[in-house]
Write a protein that binds this ligand. Sequence first.
Ligand code: GN1
Ligand code: MG
Length: 339
Amino acid sequence: MELVQINKIVKQFFPNEEVIAFSVNDKGLINQTFVVSIGKINTKQFILQSINTAIFPLYEKGLENTILVKNELQKQGFSFSFPTPIDDKYICVDEVVWRMFPYVKDSICYEKVKDKAQAFEAAKCLGEFYYSLKDFDAKQLYVTLPKFHNAAFRFAELNKAIQTAAPSRLNTAKQLIAAINKEQDVLHKFDELNAELPKRAVHFDAKISNFLFDKKTNKAKAIIDLDTLMPGTVLSDIGDMIRTYSNILGEEYQAITLVKADTEIIEHIIAGFLATCGNTLSAAEKDSLVFSGKALSLIQCIRFLTDYLNNDSYFKTVYPDQNWVRTQNQWALYCSLKG
Ligand code: GN1
Ligand code: MG
């Protein structure tokens, strides 16, 4: 992207301002994100982001979800920042959909969890999010990504990919596919629990880079990336926190034999979450939290493997076989969680 193109888009939000500089933020695997500096005097920073509408076809409904949840969080006095699109709008330029967000000042975004204190902080923020939304009727929210964390669906997608995969990729994955086939019980149990547990407003992507931290105090400051906000159960969020935080080397780590879950981090996630969500959760929800980490690791393993077999059509990759590395990484994590 050139500055002139960026400026054309930003003008639709700030007609009287000029973009003086921008940089690419390449953290997400799906959308395209820029940090833009606006105004020659009193320069201010914003986030400019294009939406991958192939992956988020119901993005307008997603915006409605965000606004509904924002209003409720404000009403309940949620104490963390929850940056939502400027002017509550998305715009379309040359068939690309864009939105802007305020930049959370003095914040820092981490790709990997630094330590258990940081995991505790993020989980406390999520716990307060659940507490603030405890009386919010999740049925008001649209299901923008149907079956997103439905294990049976993910397994069926894997089987479809197996049918059309290139022989070399299929051959690479053969043993792992056989091993995954033996884990059906975990997939079934996850879907059964999801059917039984209370439906809540769920973030659906609670990884560490979706919490911003204060540069000075290291406290959580904001919760971001709301494209997947929709009805679900707590298992999706705590499961994804466990999956991403306990894997301290990160999901991109290539020395697979070193990948394993840090159990102390898991304890800190659960303690932090329960500290702020109060008695929002039922006993059945609390009992399933540890299991959810295991299930989400297996589901994400299946998702990366499916994409590998589909020639990397979903998750962004920067080197060949990256989705295969991610698959093995998630499998190693799953095996360590399984014990
Ligand atoms: C995707 O784009 P990003 O990084 O926010 C994905 C998540 C996965 C994650 C794996 C809509 O999120 O479900 O857990 O990659 N989001 C979607 O890194 O598929
Ligand atoms: Mg996301």
